[in-house]
Design a protein around this ligand. Structure first.
Ligand code: SF4
Length: 230
């Protein structure tokens, strides 16, 4: 049944796809949410179907103060089942032991503060909703709406990205139509907002993620640590 859904998913709208996935996989679904605009669109769709779905936020300790304030406002306004995923060590402990890893070794920093907390938490779920869009960067251009992934433990998980074919204009239109507030940083020109030390304005003519990690990399690792099986 899952194979059939994977095959036909590309023809489904975001909401139809979500309904089909949830019908075939009741319970054990989660959504990762960075509180960026596309994630808020997806979260709005999901929360109308599963009000208490676990909303996983990678709390690296390095987010903009605007992001933390927005997260807290929206979690209260939408009564979210917010789960802040914390790394094994605090920012203070990490900087005392290893220095400023975000400049010295961003792969290791992302591994400690993002990948490891998410990797262990996903063990508890069968379906993982993401707000990824193909338009965001070259690394996402071939994203499928439904992919079967394998966690490092061997556990299988269905990774579902209902907004894969959405454009930024669709995201803006939906948030405006539904009067969903956005992180104020968008008004300063940011198009992709992650940890403060690794986020800058996008390059002129570059894609949305060109301002991340000063253009040295495009992904933190949370969308590459799993192996895709289908
Ligand atoms: S995005 Fe930057 S600060 Fe955040 S975890 Fe990765 S390297 Fe560290």
């Amino acid at each position: 049944m899952k194979t059939k859904l994977i095959e036909i998913a590309e023809n489904y709208t975001a909401e139809l796809l979500m309904d089909a996935v949830l019908e075939q996989n009741p319970g054990r679904a989660c959504i990762t949410c960075s509180f960026q605009a596309e994630d808020m669109v997806l979260l709005d769709f999901v929360r109308r179907r599963v009000a208490d779905i676990p909303v996983l936020f990678l709390d690296t300790g390095y987010h903009f103060s605007e992001t933390y304030a927005y997260r807290d406002r929206m979690a209260a306004a939408w009564n979210l089942n917010l789960i802040n995923l914390l790394p094994a060590i605090s920012v203070t402990e990490q900087e005392r032991s290893f220095g400023r890893l975000f400049t010295l070794d961003s792969t290791r920093c992302c591994q400690i503060r993002k990948v490891e907390p998410l990797m262990s938490t996903l063990e508890n779920f069968d379906v993982w909703f993401t707000g990824l869009r193909r338009e965001q960067s070259s690394t996402r251009a071939h994203l499928k709406k439904i992919e079967q992934h394998q966690l490092p433990s061997g556990k299988q998980i269905l990774k579902v990205s209902p907004l894969a074919d959405w454009k930024w204009s669709n995201v803006l239109h939906y948030t405006e139509e539904q009067r969903i507030e956005r992180i104020p940083l968008y008004e300063q020109g940011y198009l992709s907002i992650g940890c403060e030390p690794c986020t800058s304005l996008p390059a002129t003519g570059g894609d949305a993620r060109s301002g991340r990690w000063a253009g040295k990399k495009l992904e933190c690792g949370i969308h590459t640590f799993t192996g895709r099986n289908g």
